[in-house]
Design a protein around this ligand. Structure first.
Ligand code: G1P
Length: 253
């Protein structure tokens, strides 16, 4: 299994510090946040890691160059233009033939390792793709990718699994199919790369990973899993402060 960590976003919600420090490099105890995410991916069984960075984020590569335990297991690719999450993931495609774990670089999850749990959910469902979900308040659905699931979504609580039947990126609250949001973790069939390569721009004029997964649904099963942990969006100061409360000095939750 290969893990991709998209970390090329601009960090505009966390200015001014992100003028010089990428949000992914903000410390959680003694480790930068992105190192906690790398630890999560490895604990879930990732053999190789690809981190997608922008030209301004070379400091992330420099940081991991000093981590001998990852030698030969981690590579870095540049996203030269900011054309969306789907475009960022596509930059990492080269040489990947097996399942792909995607962990958003600004989403820290406290509690049980969501990636490890998603690997188990996939195994129990014939190796199907799995998307980590969380419930969000109805008025906030427009900030997320929102899914529709096969069984009654009302019964889908923490730890719940259901087959996804539709996805929409950042819907208007009145047209959202549910309050189940895509929550920063994906375990996908490698067929996603071919779909991303032909994906036309969607919400915000960007190449959306959500739209490519919507097309994947036509040929492969995709499950949603409401992971029991809590996602903290460290792309803004409030989420970062909450993450600090939940992790210890060694960057463990
Ligand atoms: C991305 C995804 C979205 C997802 C969100 C949180 O949006 O496109 O589907 O719900 O991350 O994981 P972004 O926060 O990059 O705008």
């Amino acid at each position: 299994m290969t893990a991709i960590i998209p970390a090329a976003g601009k960090g505009t919600r966390f200015l001014p510090v992100t003028r010089v420090v990428p949000k992914e490099m903000l410390p959680i105890g003694s480790k930068p946040a992105i190192h906690c995410i790398v630890d999560e991916a490895i604990a879930a069984g990732a053999d190789d890691l690809v981190v997608v960075i922008s030209g301004e984020k070379e400091i992330i590569r420099r940081y991991f160059d000093g981590e001998p335990s990852l030698n030969g297991r981690i590579r870095f690719v540049l996203q030269k233009e900011q054309r969306g999450l789907g475009h960022a993931v596509l930059q990492a495609a080269e040489g990947i033939a097996g399942p792909v774990l995607i962990l958003l670089g600004d989403a820290l999850v406290t509690g049980p390792n969501p990636s490890r749990e998603m690997v188990a959910v996939s195994r129990a469902n014939g190796g199907a793709s799995v998307i980590g979900l969380e419930r969000v308040p109805k008025e906030k659905v427009g900030r997320y990718g929102i899914v529709a699931v096969e069984r009654s979504q009302a019964s889908l609580e923490a730890g719940g699994i259901a087959r996804i039947v539709d996805l929409v990126e950042k819907p208007a609250p009145c047209s959202a199919p549910s309050d189940l949001a895509i929550a920063g973790r994906y375990l996908l069939d490698p067929g996603i790369f071919g779909l991303l390569a032909t994906q036309s721009p969607g919400h915000g004029g960007e190449i959306q990973l959500t739209d490519a997964i919507r097309r994947l649904l036509a040929t492969k099963p995709v499950y949603g899993y409401v992971y029991p942990g809590r996602r903290q969006d460290i792309g803004n100061p409030q989420g970062y402060l909450k993450a600090l409360e939940a992790f210890d000095e060694n960057g463990r939750s």
